[in-house]
Design a protein around this ligand. Sequence first.
Ligand code: TRP
Length: 332
Amino acid sequence: MADRPVVFSGMQPDGVLHLGNLLGALRPWVQEQSLYRNYFCVVDLHALTRQEPRDLAQKTREVAALYLAAGIDPEQSTLLVQSHVPEHAELAWILGCFTPMGWLERMTQFKDRSRKLSSERIGSGLFSYPVLMAADILLYKTDLVPVGEDQRQHLELTRNLALRVNRILGDTFVIPRAKIGSIGARVMALDDPSSKMSKSADSEAGRIGLLDPPDRVRAKFRRATTDSGTAVDLETASPGVQNLLEIYRSLTGAGERELAEVFQGKGYGRLKEVVADVVIQELEPIQRRCHDLLQDPVALDRLLADGAARARGSAGATMAQVRQRLGMLPAR
Ligand code: TRP
C-alpha cells in the first residue's frame, strides 16, 4: 500500500466541467486509480484568483460530486477540498518566500491572463498562483502529477522550487514528475477546433458540459465545426472532424479501421449524430450519480470532511518538518 507512488491532481470549481475534463483527466484518473496513492483535490483557493467567484460552495460540491460520479472511489483515493486543509495556504506562503519573482514573471499563463488587465486590477494571487499549486503538490510528497500540456510550465516551476528549497533546508520535498496525456484524449472546442475545450470560454457552444441534458448535447454536436470534405481518418480529416473522431475513439475504443468502417461515406451529419449518441450514453450514468450525490449535500460534505481529515494527516506531517527546518518556534 504505502509504496505505491503518490499522485496529486486538481481542478478549479470555476465553471462547468466538460467532456474534455472527463476524457482528458477524470477518466484516466479513474482508470489508473488502483495503481497509486491518490489525492484528488477541488482547488477552490485557486478559483479565487478569478476575483468574482460565483456560487463557490455549490460549484465546489458539484466538482466533488462529478469526481465521484465519474468513478473516483473515496475509499481508495483521498478526495479533498483545498481550503479544508489549511496547510495548502500555509505552505504556499512559505514557498512564496523562496520563489524568485523572475520565475513567476516568466509564466506564460500569467502573461496571457494578465495581459487583458492593468496591474491595478489583477490580484497578486494570480501572479503567485503557481506557488499555491507547488504547495498542493509538495505537501503530499507527490511523485506524479497528471495534468494537461498547459500545466507543464507550472510543474517545471514546482520541481525547481522543490530542488531549491531542498538545497536550503536539506532534503524535504520529493521532486514530482508531470504525467502528461499518457492515456487521456485531448478534446478541442466544438466551435473552434484549434483551441482546447475550455471551462471558461465565453461561448457555451464549444463545450459539452458534463451535466448538459441530451438534447443540448445533440444540438451542440449538430453545430460543431466540420467542412465540406468526406475524410474520416485521423490524418487527413480537418481538425473539427478529427476532434469528433477522437471523441468517438476515446469513448468506444475503436481503432483506425473501425472508424473508417463506421463512418466512411456516411457524411458528417451522421458522424455528429453517432458521436452525440455515444457521448449521451457515457454521460447518462454520470449525471444520474451526480444528481443523487447533490440531492444529499450533508452526506457529500461528510465525505469531504473525511477526505480532508485524511489529507491533513500527511499535510500536517510535512508542515511539521518544514517548520522545524525553518527554525520556527513551536506553538505550545
Ligand atoms: N492549475 C491547475 C489547472 O488549472 C489546477 C491545479 C491546482 C492543479 N493545483 C494543482 C493540478 C495541483 C495539478 C496539481 O488545471
